[in-house]
Ligand binder design. Sequence first.
Ligand code: M6R
Length: 609
Amino acid sequence: MCGIIGYVGARPCTNLLYEGLRKLEYRGYDSAGVSVLSGGRIEVVRAVGNMDSLERELKGNGYSGARLGLGHTRWATHGRPSTENAHPHSDCTGEISIVLNGIIENYVQLRESLSADGHEFTSETDAEVVAHLIEKHYDGDLLEAVRLTYGDISGHFAFCAIHSGHPELIAGARKECPLLIGVGEGEAFVASAIPAFLSETREVMVIGDEELFRITPEGAEVMDLQKNVLDREQTRVHWDVDAAEKGGFETFMRKEIYEQPDSLADTIAGRLPDSGGVVLDEMLIGDDVLADIDKVYIVACGTSYHAGMVGRYVLENWANVAVELDIASEFRYREPVLSPSTLVVGISQSGETADTLAAMRQARKLGAKVLAITNIMGSQATRDADGIIYTRAGLEIGVAATKSHIAQIAAIHLLALYLAQVRGTLTAAQIGAIAAELKEIPELLRRYLKHESATHEIAKRYYQQPFFLFLGRGVGLPVCLEGALKLKEISYIPTEAYAAGEMKHGPIALLDKGSPVVVVATDGHVYDKVVSNIEEVRARQAAVIAVATEGNEGIAAYSDDVMFVPRTSEMLSPLISVVPLQLLAYHIAQLKGCNVDQPRNLAKTVTVE
Ligand code: M6R
């Protein structure tokens, strides 16, 4: 996440940058900062916390003569929220300033080699290497230094740079992270999202993936990586400000569903290096301890609990370790049997859920090692844990969790691979093969999301039904539980989710002619069993809506409707098979006219028991 903005033109820019950042605050608010060229020097103002903190810092310090500047609002990934880690970052001379959104995967190696060459770092961030690389490459041509820097770094990112010797120039580049130019009269903006400059100009120029740009008061140019200027038209946007903050999507939930490929890519970035193995910088629990654990105990609530349930299958399968799982509000009032060889994993998007925190604290008191999987750097869960795996889903605004769930499942996969590595239950080649497949999934998800209209059509056929049953087996079980939770929380339709094999022990009595039954029937070792359960449902004349693997033409014979998802190996399949269920819930709720971003009676973070 993170939001970035730049301005060059004839107007005083400090306030323009500040107002632009206010519009980008939804992208993160751990810290914020601006750098402006004033009196021939680059002046940097940064503050920990949200934009109110930056506003206080800027009071009486507005650099009214500045006409060139950058701004940043941060969602911490590398380095805790602090003034030193806040952007903009500078080179050793203070002549160069940069802002970055994204992750530099090879920053450790770059930092070591730059330090060996005498560069002095002042932050713990990955982003600071960009300022020092530009300094290293700079020879009077800022754009060329940006281009060479782009060639040095790997990962996914968008960055902008200014130099005190170029008072009318911002140069930068993007790879996979968003960056757009706003072109005005004698001025130009660059930003992570259109709302940042929408009140100033509606003329937008897109910077494509793996492209460079330069903006000056005279206009904007977008270039390929050889600096050939590309023929790029400006388009006029007609969004209102509210739509713009949602990136053109009608709701935050839909926007977040579409951000899932990035959420997954960010969460695994740098943790599965091409050189092999699994790297978890914040694990902090020693490999010797992890090698000896005899049980993993997962505690969480709601959607996070469902991610934990995926963990049960994956950890048993890859790391050959016993796994127990409990809802945090139950765990905390039981007498769980734990020992120093138990690893308790607390999963919480917010890192603030009262029951999950209480369960983690109790586990620690009972002598277990505690690992937090959370999306929020510095949250309470990180302080109550011995080790952490951060999900990197960015800020999630919709109350119904979507992109954070995908990131949690990915974090679980990383944990299982890491344990398999230290316990020797998978070979390096097996880990490498799984890692390679995991890295392909963001692209599969992007491809899948282009065809979501099929889900919409299915929703139209069923949205007036009074009840839905969800069935799944194996890793399909947590997926169907999550699909049922999504549907009930945003559409208020009663749902039941069950292990498919257990249906005949009770829930089958609920079925009637035409009752919709959503079945997760992706390919896997229990597929034939799921088909038998589908037959049982059809014998009661219920309507089957199946989630199945692309290429499985045979499923049509057993189903009224099918939502096909791209093929993956079984243990990775929840990363994709849950998405059609999120979309089904979403479209049904929209058709019923519900407020999907703020469903009744719910809160994003549940800090009470
Ligand atoms: O912040 P947490 O992950 O600890 O929150 C736990 C649940 O409250 C949360 O997952 C909730 O179930 C979702 N918002 C539902 O979509």
